[in-house]
Design a protein around this ligand. Structure first.
Ligand code: ACO
Length: 347
């Protein structure tokens, strides 16, 4: 039988600090619990405390995924993130070494909120090509490090977290098998979700840019419309490739961005209400971590059940994957403490 990548382990890590909508309103942000719940579906989100970085969440989620798969070694580590610990170097090599995997190839993958879905497609291609037999894919983000606490357009939406999967070579009929995929991007939308200062166009050392350029900036209404249109089209493309009817999908996991976006996509595609998986209300938008975190918290999906994942993110990027629900039991973990206190200070 044709071989593919099969999810054999699933791990998750959420930082313990819970920030509720009322906390945001009390902190001086001009918003309210009623507005946030009605417009986004989010009630609370998790945030790191000072000293915890993306790699600390990623290491914890990765350890949990390795425990879930009952393995300790992999051939490749991929870290999907847009909030690496440092702009340079990538965070994946450090994560791999902290997992006891020094020597293994490791790189970051930047596709913003589509990063985890992009990572699944990259891992599947490398496994099918027999370049690597077992891949650890982590989606980890710490948007609290780039969100302006005074920008109500973004501060209410984003949370921190990490999710991870182990992918191994296996048959197409295994529970957790990646079957079909659709990826896309449109750089014409590059300024819809952006952090301007600190890149090579506007180096941080020059300083002096407006406040909105030092933080993540999002054109929310444009993102909303684009996300609904593209996640719908991408989901439909994967369903067509798989030859699945929408009402046969047992688990539909959309990028947890906004409940109104998720409802609009699922309604347009025709996904049954009981098949819509999500934890947005509890964790907000955790960017590259959102899909594996939602999978790890999904209640009682049948292993082998038809599953579609779909995402949309900055770039803009989008992607969907058709798979069967994995048999692996998810493992949850606390953030890993940084290995060296010096890491928390400037060198
Ligand atoms: N609290 C209270 N009022 C608010 C808030 C807030 N947090 N935010 C906006 N408002 C106000 C606006 O000022 C506006 O007031 P006005 O009518 O007096 O001008 C009104 O509410 C409506 O504002 P809109 O921006 O039109 O509100 P909308 O319904 O579009 O919701 C939101 C805003 C939640 C940001 C929405 O556009 C959205 O979710 N967009 C998609 C975001 C998304 O998915 N981002 C993640 C993409 S993934 C990635 O790659 C990072």
């Amino acid at each position: 039988m044709e071989q593919t990548a099969v999810i054999t382990g699933l791990g998750a890590c959420l930082p313990p600090l819970v920030v509720g909508n009322e906390d945001l309103a009390r902190s001086g942000l001009d918003t309210s619990d009623e507005w946030i719940v009605a417009r986004t579906g989010i009630e609370r989100r998790r945030r790191v405390t000072p000293g915890t970085a993306t790699s600390d969440l990623g290491v914890a989620a990765a350890r949990a995924a390795l425990a879930s798969a009952a393995v300790s070694e992999v051939d490749l580590v991929l870290l999907a993130t847009t909030t690496p610990d440092r702009l340079c170097p990538a965070s994946a090599p450090r994560v791999a070494t902290r997992l006891g995997l020094a020597g293994v190839p490791a790189f970051d993958l930047a596709a913003v909120c589509s990063g985890f879905v992009y990572g699944l497609v990259v891992a599947r291609a490398l496994i099918r090509a027999e370049a690597y037999a077992r891949v650890l894919l982590i989606g980890a983000d710490t948007y609290s490090s780039i969100v302006d606490p005074l920008d109500r357009n973004t501060a209410v939406i984003f949370g921190d977290g990490a999710g991870a999967v182990v992918l191994e070579r296996g048959p197409m009929d295994a529970a957790g098998a990646i079957l079909d995929a659709d990826l896309g991007s449109d750089g014409g939308g590059h300024d819809l979700i952006t952090l301007v200062e600190g890149g090579s166009r506007y180096p941080a050392r020059l300083g002096g840019t407006a406040r909105q350029h030092r933080y993540l900036h999002m054109k929310g209404t444009d993102v909303f419309r684009y996300a609904v249109r593209q996640m719908t089209a991408s989901t439909q493309a994967v369903l067509a490739r798989a030859g699945w009817r929408a009402d046969s999908v047992e688990a539909f996991v959309g990028h947890q961005a906004n409940q109104r976006i998720l409802n609009a996509v699922a309604d347009r595609v025709g996904i049954a209400p009981q098949s819509r998986i999500g934890n947005l209300r509890e964790v907000g938008n955790t960017a590259a971590a959102s899909i594996p975190l939602a999978m790890a918290e999904a209640p009682g999906v049948r292993p082998g059940g038809r599953t579609v994942l779909t995402a949309f993110g900055g770039g803009v990027t989008w992607g969907s994957v058709g798979l069967t629900w994995p048999a692996a039991m998810p493992v949850h973990s606390e953030p890993a403490p940084p290995p060296d206190p010096q890491d928390e200070r400037l060198p």
